[in-house]
Design a protein around this ligand. Structure first.
Ligand SMILES: [Zn+2]
Length: 244
């Protein structure tokens, strides 16, 4: 008789968490806050950003096993790393290509939707890229927070709104205020006259260029007119290949 409430709550949990019978779920404490994860074997199937300390406490345990927690920690605090096994099978092949392109954006940098579209082989499909990014089942692990609007503005974040997006990017070392200032000044790219190249504003290649020597560029054409070549590392793109 005493077991009845437990059995009832377990049945409710099963109804609320549909999926393969062997999928498991738990919480991970990250330096950004608690994150809820689902996994099957060593494959991550879902990541939900709770980011409110009370949520994990209210949900109670279990915490995810160490191997899963370590992968989340690597995604949040580590350098550039492969996302490892993730389940994207519910997405279309194009959406999977989009998320692979997103996974290649270096930590601490951002790229616009149009760039991701070009890298996924579908320039001018920025809107479809937006839908694919919003469908990302494993945020943080596949860093969709690094995708911005074409203007350079931070933009929407399906994981929980621009506040959380800005917080994650700051955690990775992105200077959000400097980025916003570039948007206000209409600068799409930043030129390095010494190297003779121009970059997306967050490219690490610009790190050694003193701010006073940087050239702010409103568009691709102005960069070429200044005699600059696109940086081979961050790969700026002309508007007709998806930069706008
Ligand atoms: Zn660059």
């Amino acid at each position: 008789m005493g077991d009845e409430p437990v059995a009832r709550s377990r049945a409710a949990f099963t109804r609320e968490a549909p999926g393969p019978a062997d999928a498991r779920s738990g919480w991970v404490e990250t330096s950004l806050g608690p994150v809820r994860v689902e996994w099957r074997g060593d494959t991550l199937t879902r990541v939900d950003l709770a980011l409110e300390p009370g949520d994990a406490m209210a949900a109670g345990r279990p915490f995810a096993p160490r191997a899963i927690a370590d992968r989340l920690a690597a995604a949040v605090d580590g350098g550039d790393s492969e996302p490892g096994p993730v389940d994207l099978t519910l997405l279309t092949p194009f959406q999977q290509d989009v998320l692979r392109a997103v996974a290649a954006i270096p930590r601490g940098e951002v790229r616009p939707y149009g760039w991701v579209a070009a890298m996924a082989g579908r320039p001018r499909a920025a809107r479809a890229v937006g839908r694919a990014v919003a469908a990302n089942p494993v945020p943080l692990v596949i860093p969709c927070h690094r995708v911005t609007r074409s203007s350079g503005e931070i933009g929407a974040y399906s994981g929980g709104g621009p506040g959380i997006k800005a917080r994650i990017l700051r955690h990775e070392g992105v200077d959000i205020e400097a980025l916003a200032q570039l948007v206000r000044r209409g600068a799409r790219f930043v030129g390095d006259p010494t190297a003779g190249t121009f970059c997306w504003p967050t490219c690490h290649q610009l790190g050694l260029v003193p701010p006073t020597r940087r050239i702010l560029l409103p568009n691709w054409t102005s960069a070429l007119q200044a005699g600059l070549k696109p940086c081979a590392r961050c790969r700026p793109l002309p508007p007709d290949r998806g930069a706008d």
